[in-house]
Design a protein around this ligand. Sequence first.
Ligand SMILES: NC(=O)c1ccc[n+]([C@@H]2O[C@H](COP(=O)([O-])OP(=O)(O)OC[C@H]3O[C@@H](n4cnc5c(N)ncnc54)[C@H](OP(=O)(O)O)[C@@H]3O)[C@@H](O)[C@H]2O)c1
Length: 250
Amino acid sequence: MKIVVIGGTGLIGSKTVVILRQSGHEVVAASPKSGINTITGEGLEEAMAGARVVIDLANSPSFEDKAVLEFFETSGRNLLAAEGAATIRHHVALSIVGIDRTDNGYFRAKVAQEKLIKASGIPSTIIRSTQFLEFLGGIADSSAAGNIVRLSPVLFQPIAADDVAAIVADVALAAPRSGIIEIAGPERAPFNEIIARYLKAVGDPREVVSDPEARYWGGRVEEHSLVPLGEAHLGRIGFDEWLRRSQAAA
Ligand SMILES: NC(=O)c1ccc[n+]([C@@H]2O[C@H](COP(=O)([O-])OP(=O)(O)OC[C@H]3O[C@@H](n4cnc5c(N)ncnc54)[C@H](OP(=O)(O)O)[C@@H]3O)[C@@H](O)[C@H]2O)c1
């Protein structure tokens, strides 16, 4: 089967492409560098020819509020229009757990992306994931002022990119769910504790301070804002195993 992976060179995209190719599928790893651009529309029609499944794993180059909203709206519109004119039977997109429960600019852009998918009428599955373990360093940086990293002690349940890619590939090969499924890592703990554990493990001397008023990318968070509220599909790779693998690969 021909499958187009938009953002096929990214963190999750590149891993998903490998899994699908190993299963014998014809996979287009689409990205601006390969001449397929969801913002300009370049290469989209050609990429869709004969494809049955599209997996959208693209991300905005800028996380600034206005830029990220514009990215996911324009990208979503162009992509879904190209899919509508082709033979796409399943659109899969990777979104984020809790985007409609916490208000920040990036989450608002992901809500807009999801709305476009639902309105398109194309058979779809939206996978809402918790934060990737690979993103912990970026979170620490974004919450740091000098040597202090201020984080709320809300619950956190990060998932390894390898687990995310495996689930995305499985979902893409199954029938569309016509709705949202949620995925998360196997371990749940306070946000500040997980980041402190990460910084210690990588030898980063910054101190993590628990602050219930600390915001996440500018948005207020409560105890369950960032974790699935109902049943979720759990990844298998816990923090220690992920750390062991990432240090071995480095
Ligand atoms: N970070 C998290 O914790 C988290 C959690 C849940 C869900 N997500 C979602 O997961 C998705 C994938 O994230 P990621 O971290 O794997 O992304 P990433 O590593 O930043 O990769 C982004 C991909 O998008 C491509 N791209 C950028 N602009 C494009 C355009 N105009 N047209 C087509 N492709 C374009 C990039 O191509 P180039 O290589 O050519 O630039 C790259 O392949 C995102 O939608 C994100 O919102 C993230």
